[in-house]
Structures are given as C-alpha cells and as structure tokens.
Ligand binder design. Structure first.
Ligand code: GCO
Ligand code: MG
Length: 412
C-alpha cells in the first residue's frame, strides 16, 4: 500500500471546502477534510507545496509514523493551517486502512460504544417568537438537542442568527451565516456586551416557559466575554439548566476559565479553535470544562483527537465535536466514526449541508430522529464526485468581524 497520488481538491458548492484525496498503488483511495473557513487556500498551499511531495512513495498503512513525521519534521508545530493539513492526511490514511480491512472505520478504532450519536442543531431568531418557530422546525427535523442564539435589542447583527432570506428559505433549520460568496471583504458586525448579558437570560427564560424543562438547550458566546462577564452569564443561566455554554472567553487564555468555574455550575464547552492537546493541557487537568469542542478536521485528525479525548476521559470530560457547515461531509463522517468508538462521547454538533454539497460528497451516514449513524460502508463512507466538485470553483469568502460602538475591534 504505497501512496502514489495525492490530490488537493477545492470546491465551493454551498461554501468552500478543501479535500485531500490519497490513492495507493493497489487502487485504494481515501479522503480527508482540510477546510479552514476563510483561510482555505493557506491549507491548500501547505498541502500542495509542502506535504504532497513528502507523501508520494510512503507506506499508506503507517498512520502514526506519518503523523509524527509531518508534525515533528516541520519543526514549526501546531497552528490551524498545519494541523488541518495533517488532519487531512491522517483521515485519508484511516479511510484507506479501513477500506483495505473491509470495515467501517469505527471498527478499527475499537468498535462501536453506542448505537448512534445524539446531535444538536442551531435554532436562532431576532425575536422570541422567531426563536420558538426555529426550535419547532428543528424538532420537526428530529433534533432532540438545540442550540439557541438570539439577536440583541440595539445591535444590528449578531453571530449565529439566520438572515431573513435564509431563515424563510430553509424553514429556520438550514442557515448559511458565515457563507461562501461574501465577496471581497469581510462583513463588519456590531457588539455590546452589556446589552447581550442583559438580554440572553430573558431569552432562555422564555424558551423554558414555552418548551418545558426537558429539552437540552445549548448556547455559544463565541469568545466575546471577559472572565467576570462570563462568570455572570454562567450564573444567570443556571436556572435554565443549559446542556452547555460554549466559548465564553477567548480560547487563547486557558486560565480565564478558572475564574468562570469558581462562580458557576453551568456546564462549559470550549475548543473549536484549538488544534492540539497542548491547547487543552491546563483546562483538562484542572477540570475547567465539561465538553471539548475540537473537530477532527482542525485537530490533527483521528490520531491526535483520539489522544486528546482519552486524556479528557480521565477527568470525565466528554466530546462535543464542532460540526458547523464549514466542516465538510468528509470531516463530519470522520467525527462520527470517532464519536461512535470513544467511551466519552457527549454530543455532536450537526448542521445539515445543502443539496449542492450533498451532490459533491456522496455520503453514507444517516440522520434519524435526532441521531447520526456513521453507516457500515468500508472506510469513512464518503466519496467525492470530481466532476461535480469541478462545477463549483473557489469563491473568496471571509468570516465577519466585530466592532464596538466606539470603533474598537472586538472578538467575533
Ligand atoms: C459553532 C461555531 C461556528 C464557527 C464557524 C467559524 O459553534 O458551530 O462557533 O459557527 O463560527 O465554524 O468558521
Ligand atoms: Mg462555536
């Protein structure tokens, strides 16, 4: 099993995706997701210029050795570009190994620890009534756990809220905020932490009154708060029994969560922008979080994320893998196989992709009654239609950013 071909495929059906396809001399192929939203081409160049030449002629079955070789030989370790590139190689090699074994990947990872994966979707709205409609639409689609994001009175835009058009078109379920096709410059949004902290508890109070105590609810603060503001939000949401509050403080500062943890029993999740176990070292050891949010795609693939999650398991911390639409179906499938195999699975984020994306990536995972099922096809169970992919060339797209009322750039 010698790697004799490595192709980096860029396609933009509903948004940009970067996929690595490795082929071996005995005709097996594997896929890995290398999508880094808004910085896609940096990973493309990293792969094409620096990684592909190292792969040709290597033994496709040496997954751990290839991982260590790519990580250590670069000398410049970690970081989202490097780790997304390594992740793509790693997942493609696992896909090949599982195909060679004639097994779905989760079997090689130890076999299934559960029958399916509980997933959560994204409800949002500008008013409480819109949020209620969006929650109901999600429930009609089967979702049993729901993230709730709300507009804040006085602010024009806010993270995680569907535009009117996408909300209507997708009946509140599929929305493509942070889409491709944003044009040449990023959208500027506005932010006011005090207004947000006043408003969000009223939203969760209304949602609990409308939907009762049972429904697992989640919320994402998208790294916008200081530790003391985060502590206050955690405390003020305690009566509404959230499944988790995510990314309360900027993720770079692990120590910030010490203060938050001292003040609230709301469960905490962080890590969608982390890339390695080193980013988690302090918060796992000090038990400052309850769920770790890393995606296979951004955290060095199956090989590395499995190690991070095993470390987390020693402290009863569970997985809550990142799964927005900027993770491709290849990345989602990899997450499902890993989530099925590990003991400490918590929940999987799942935003459905659009029809065009589904036409490029032929998927065998399924969605039924709020649960994801990885399927039993050999490998990760996703194939890429190169002709379809070729119909959708790359589109320059940036994530939005925030400014405060006085013009200061704030965390987005
Ligand atoms: C989430 C995330 C995403 C990110 C996006 C950035 O919880 O799903 O916060 O919505 O903003 O992945 O590319
Ligand atoms: Mg998030």
């Amino acid at each position: 099993m010698i790697i004799d071909k490595a192709e980096v495929i860029v396609t933009s059906p509903d948004r940009n995706f970067v996929t690595l396809k490795l082929t071996t001399d005995d005709g097996l192929s594997g896929l890995g997701d290398a999508t880094l939203n808004g910085r896609e081409l940096a990973v493309v160049a990293y792969l094409r210029e620096h990684v592909v030449p190292l792969l040709i002629g290597r033994d496709a079955s040496s997954i751990e050795d290839t991982w260590q070789f790519l990580y250590r030989s670069a000398y410049w370790r970690r970081g989202p570009v490097t780790m997304a590139a390594i992740a793509a190689v790693d997942v493609a090699l696992w896909d090949i190994k599982a195909k060679a074994a004639g097994m779905p990947l989760y079997q090689l990872l130890g076999g299934a620890s559960r029958t399916g994966l509980l997933a959560y979707g994204h409800a949002s709205g500008k008013t409480n009534d819109e949020i209620f409609d969006s929650i109901r639409s999600h429930q009609e689609q089967g979702y049993k756990a729901i993230r709730v994001q709300s507009a804040v009175p006085g602010l024009n835009s806010i993270y995680g809220i569907a535009s009117n058009a996408t909300f209507e078109a997708n009946k509140g379920v599929r929305y493509d905020h942070e889409p491709a096709q944003r044009g040449a410059l990023p959208n500027e949004e506005d932010w006011d932490t005090r207004a947000y902290l006043r408003h969000i508890p009223t939203v969760f109070e209304a949602v609990r009154i409308e939907f009762g105590a049972e429904l697992p609810l989640l919320h994402d603060a998208h790294h916008r708060l200081t530790p003391i503001q985060a502590a206050r939000l955690g405390k003020s949401l305690e009566p509404y029994d959230l499944f988790w509050i995510e990314d309360l403080t900027p993720a770079e500062n692990q120590e910030a969560l010490r203060l938050v943890r001292q003040h609230t029993t709301s469960p905490l999740a962080i890590g969608e922008i982390f890339n390695t176990v080193w980013d988690y070292q302090l918060i796992i050891r000090e038990q400052l979080i309850d769920y770790e949010r890393s995606a296979v795609t951004h955290t060095g693939g199956i090989t590395h994320l499995k190690k991070v999650l095993e470390f987390a398991a020693q402290y009863q911390i569970k997985s809550g893998m990142h799964g927005p639409t900027d993770i491709s179906p290849v990345g989602m499938a990899a997450a499902m196989h890993l989530g099925l195999a590990i003991h400490n699975f918590g929940i999987q984020e799942y935003m459905m992709h659009g029809a065009k994306t589904d036409s490029v990536f032929e998927q065998s995972f399924t969605w039924n009654d709020g649960m994801l099922y990885a399927g039993d096809k050999p490998g990760i169970g996703v194939e890429l239609d190169l002709d379809e992919a070729g119909r959708y060339p790359y589109v320059q797209a940036y994530l939005p950013y925030n400014r405060l009322a006085d013009g200061t750039v704030h965390d987005w």
